[in-house]
Ligand binder design. Structure first.
Ligand code: HEC
Length: 289
């Protein structure tokens, strides 16, 4: 329904705008040459139905747990999440003991000790998801010159511009999922480069990448790679959805509270408006017009 309304409104505006565009084109045919520079991403992110979309959006804990599994078993080999402490995994339904055991799988650097030396120790729940590399230079050197970005805020940091008129409708439809849509599309969007396109050495063709046609991350997921124990399909499509949801949670762990508060505020404002109106009527009823 939301999509239908948006499409109808977009269509109406686009028809109007194309009239203007046509008139301009007729006047300046040279403008065509400028558009020879490709506009990235080559393909727009696919729009998915997320449980956390809309005013009553909420996270699906099972999905977040699966996303954590995909992150730990696949993505964490290259990507850190150094703003996310292990203890917040309680949000995903894990007990303190489970989180302690989970954190102990990681090693973190600590120190200096009494003799001034840095040392490594097992992580505890208050530690953050560490980087697999000692520094950004080492990360870049191991990945064809592009350091894998930290994932703590990635789902909020990658928002493909939607352009006019859609960004106007997004205000009313409350579309805030362009981050996870982008991550899902990127993970499922690897394809063979079209004939004639020269993929740079060490890069991989992906028309959904926001800054070029190819980038340094090799296709990270394949069917059956991660074992799910809740019977969910073990496909690239499902992995991508789950890990994108997990990254959304990592970026915005308090999304549910924010949406709940927002809804209460709207209800309050509505009631308040009625009260103000009645007050105004009662005051002005005593005045002769
Ligand atoms: C082999 C290492 C490696 C693995 C494993 C890996 N990535 Fe990456 N990733 C990279 C590198 C390198 C980049 C930077 C690419 C660039 O800027 O050209 C990157 C960039 C990204 C980006 C940002 C793209 C952008 O718009 O800038 C996202 C999103 C991403 N990875 C998601 C994932 C997810 C999700 C997983 C796990 C399913 C994963 N990656 C696993 C190496 C990896």
């Amino acid at each position: 329904m939301k999509k239908l309304v948006t499409s109808i409104l977009s269509l109406a505006v686009v028809v109007g705008l194309s009239g203007v565009a046509f008139a301009q084109e007729a006047a300046a045919p040279a403008a065509h040459q400028e558009s020879a520079t490709p506009h990235y991403p080559l393909k727009e992110p696919k729009e998915l139905d997320w449980t956390f979309a809309g005013p009553f959006g909420h996270y699906d804990k099972g999905q977040l747990q699966r996303g954590l599994k995909v992150y730990t078993e696949v993505c964490s080999a290259c990507h850190s999440m150094n703003l996310v402490p292990f203890r917040t995994l309680g949000d995903l339904g894990y007990s303190d003991a489970q989180i302690k055991a989970f954190a102990a799988n990681y090693e973190v650097q600590d120190g200096p000790d009494a003799s001034g030396e840095m040392f490594t120790r097992k992580a505890v729940p208050s530690d953050h998801f560490p980087s697999p590399y000692p520094n950004a230079e080492a990360a870049a050197a191991a990945n064809n010159g592009a350091a894998p970005p930290d994932m703590s805020l990635l789902a909020k940091a990658r928002e493909v511009e939607r352009g006019f008129p859609r960004f106007v409708f997004d205000i009313f439809t409350q579309y805030q999922e362009s981050g996870p849509d982008y991550i899902y599309s990127l993970l499922t969007g690897y394809e063979d480069a079209p004939a004639g396109f020269q993929v740079p050495a060490g890069a991989h063709y992906n028309p959904y990448f926001h800054a070029a046609a190819a980038f340094a991350m090799p296709k990270p997921l394949s069917d059956g790679q991660v074992t799910y124990d809740d019977g969910s399909p073990q496909t690239v499509d499902q992995y991508a959805k789950d890990v994108a949801s997990f990254l959304m949670w990592a970026s915005e762990p308090h999304l549910e509270a924010r949406k709940r508060t927002g809804f209460m505020v709207m209800v309050f404002l509505l009631i308040f408006t009625v009260l103000i109106y009645l007050t105004k009527r009662s005051i002005y009823s005593r005045i002769d017009h």
